[in-house]
Design a protein around this ligand. Structure first.
Ligand code: 13P
Length: 251
């Protein structure tokens, strides 16, 4: 089962999101049985879809508060997200870490809070260009996994996903090479097995993200270590997102 997930970032009003789903439905339905399709809209559009059947598309949020509830102006809790019917939440996306300065501790607290609130975290990890060129990419990614998952000794199946998104490949048009993806995904897999035990570590899906588009996705999603894609720009357009779903179905 491959996963095709769209991270819409800060795009699409409610109306625009509804138009997307109408056009996507016309192009992509019925969804292939062997692909899980997930969309991460902004909170506003997510709320507008509460209780709406989206023909098998699963929803997620792009972020979550680090606390269950309280006087935290502007924050959104796991229970609020759950109440929309969403299942997943992105944790530690590179834009949260690098644009908004989210620390490893905050990422860790958000991950725990998501789990306690019955959301499935999609933990995003990835090195910057400077970290890669100085030979520290694997050390950085290992450290991000350690920080986020510290104290979690065991996990049930289906309770976590990881997305490897090299920061230098996000929104740049330059995706990572297949051998770079294979190398990092294998490292993530073995580190997850070490941290969480063999059974849980083996079952956690690992997605690749960073300039995924129809032209490069076929070879990426066919890699044995890749369970799917986390897609920014190409997920905003019904035709290209449909294409990605169809490519994944052929794997
Ligand atoms: P792009 O696909 O636009 O490079 O974005 C990737 C990403 O950040 C998905 O979370």
């Amino acid at each position: 089962m491959k996963i095709v997930a769209g991270n819409w970032k800060m795009y699409k009003t409610i109306d625009e999101a509804q138009v997307f789903f109408r056009e996507f439905a016309a192009l992509a339905l019925p969804l292939p049985q062997n692909v899980e399709v997930v969309i991460f809209p902004n909170y506003i559009a997510l709320g507008a879809f509460a209780g709406t059947a989206l023909n098998g598309v699963i929803l997620g949020a792009q972020d979550v508060a680090a606390d269950a509830e309280g006087a935290f102006t502007g924050e959104v809790s796991p229970a609020m997200i759950r109440s929309t019917g969403a299942k997943y939440v992105l944790i530690g996306h590179s834009e949260r870490r690098h644009v908004f300065g989210e620390s490893p501790d905050v990422v860790h607290r958000k991950l725990l809070n998501a789990m306690e609130g019955s959301l499935v975290p999609v933990l995003c990890v990835g090195e910057t260009l400077a970290e890669r060129t100085s030979g520290r990419a694997t050390e950085v990614v290992r450290g991000q996994l350690d920080g986020a998952l510290s104290g979690i000794a065991h996990l049930d199946r289906g309770h976590l996903m990881v997305a490897y998104e090299p920061v230098w490949a996000i929104g740049t048009g330059a995706n990572a090479e297949n051998d770079q993806i294979e190398e990092m995904h294998s490292l993530i897999r073995s580190h997850l097995r070490q941290l969480l035990g063999d059974g849980a570590g083996r079952g956690i899906p690992i997605l690749y993200g960073g300039s995924v588009k129809p032209a490069n996705f076929r070879s990426i999603v066919a890699l044995p270590s890749v369970d799917g894609g986390l897609v920014g720009g190409a997920s905003l357009v019904p035709a290209s997102f449909t294409e990605l779903v169809k490519i994944a179905a052929q794997c």
